[in-house]
Design a protein. Structure first.
Length: 401
């Protein structure tokens, strides 16, 4: 009897069935077929279907007043996590779609609870983000007020070592900070540790890191506590994460911790380690949330365009970008100097996807050539296509028109 009631309830709900904290949704997705690459179009269609499944599940299972009152929360923190909210899915139908596209119909089980700590979901996201390499530079003052140059007397500080371990455990590739001390000038490193975003970005770019985390860890002994001969060692660790190729801060945070210990140096070290571990968890959440937003909603990258012969030709190329590239939402011309232009391009997806479509689309009378690529920058050279020779008319048809 209960099964029959449930069956009819599901039918009444249409394509979305909710059970507890999950929802079963049927949705369709489309992917563009470029250069006969059906496999890539199929992957794109599945991503599109998953995004629509999460959006539909939200509309069915969250009360309308909640959507209105917390619209920004839903837009930023839920719709941007499409794959992370789908626990599993089944492909019901797939095949060629309209206008050189591939169409996929899926049945997805959407989990509306937080999946922030799901290791596999994080690894999936890292793959889509391009597996960014991370570098950490965190100076440290443990109890004693050492000067800044003491940072160069150790290979790795306690804060660096602890946070590197946490990032590696979550699938990030981390560059050894000792390499920076060997290859960069001390003044440049001090500037980065002092909060100079451009100096930090330059160091990261030199070491082929996409994200650099800089900051400071300080421990001290708190006074006024009677701990039976023990000392209250307290630590504060503050950091910020910078995208190297655009010198842009993407996350910042700080954390505190206290450890009682008979030896103040040991206690200070343990307090820094404890604060750093808590901070790494918080920072990882912010960075991965930013990655989800950028992949599933939109991100802005810098495209440098070279090789155009006139402003009108550049305008023609920009118009074709808007028309031909499905994931582009907005293009703004930032700067033009000679035959080089810098564009801010807002896209859904990532730089590699855009580069791939640029090289496979027909932009006649010129064809874009990718000459440089990073997570947030793209360098494009416009190659002018050679004019096709006129087809010689058959002599037997002359005079017959």
């Amino acid at each position: 009897m209960i099964k029959n009631i449930l069956f009819w309830c599901i039918l009444l709900l249409g394509t979305t069935a909710a059970t507890g904290q999950t929802a079963e949704v049927t949705s369709k997705g489309l992917g563009s077929i470029l250069n006969n690459d059906v496999g890539a179009a199929r992957d794109q269609a599945i991503d599109d279907a998953l995004r629509k499944a999460v959006q539909e599940a939200l509309g069915t299972n969250i009360r309308s007043e909640t959507l209105v009152q917390n619209f920004q929360m839903v837009e930023d923190n839920i719709l941007s996590w499409s794959r992370g909210y789908v626990s599993n899915y089944e492909i019901l139908k797939e095949g060629p779609g309209p206008y050189d596209s591939y169409e996929v119909t899926i049945r997805a089980v959407v989990d509306l609870t937080s999946l922030e700590n799901d290791e596999q979901q994080l690894r999936d996201l890292l793959d889509k983000m391009g597996n960014p390499r991370v570098m950490l530079l965190i100076e440290e003052q443990n109890i004693t007020g050492a000067d800044r140059w003491a940072y160069f007397s150790v290979d790795m500080t306690t804060a660096e070592n602890t946070m590197i371990e946490e990032f590696q455990n979550n699938g990030f590739e981390v560059i050894d900070p000792a390499l920076v001390k060997e290859n960069r000038k001390k003044d440049e490193i001090i500037a980065a540790l002092s909060g100079d975003t451009r100096a930090a970005a330059a160091i990261a770019a030199y070491q082929d890191a996409e994200i650099i985390i800089t900051g400071k860890a300080v421990s001290r002994v708190a006074t006024g506590f009677n701990l039976g001969g023990m000392k209250s060692c307290q630590a504060t660790v503050s950091v910020r994460a910078v995208k190297a190729d655009v010198a842009r801060i993407i996350a910042s945070s700080s954390e505190r911790a206290a450890v009682p210990h008979i030896d103040e140096i040991t206690g200070g070290t343990l307090a820094i380690e404890k604060a750093s571990r808590k901070l790494a968890t918080k920072l990882l959440a912010k960075i991965t949330e930013r990655g989800r937003k950028e992949f599933y909603n939109s991100t802005t990258l810098t495209m440098t365009v070279m090789g155009f012969s006139s402003y009108s030709e550049l305008t023609e190329f920009i118009n074709k970008l808007k028309f031909f590239i499905r994931g582009i939402k907005k293009i703004q011309t930032r700067n033009i100097a000679g035959k080089t232009a810098e564009l801010d391009v807002q896209i859904t997806g990532n730089t590699r996807q855009l580069a791939r479509e640029l090289e496979k689309k027909d932009f006649s009378p010129f064809q874009p050539e990718i000459i440089g690529l990073s997570l947030n920058k793209l360098r494009v050279m416009l190659k002018h296509q050679a004019a096709q020779p006129a087809t010689q008319q058959d002599s037997s048809t002359i005079g017959m028109e």
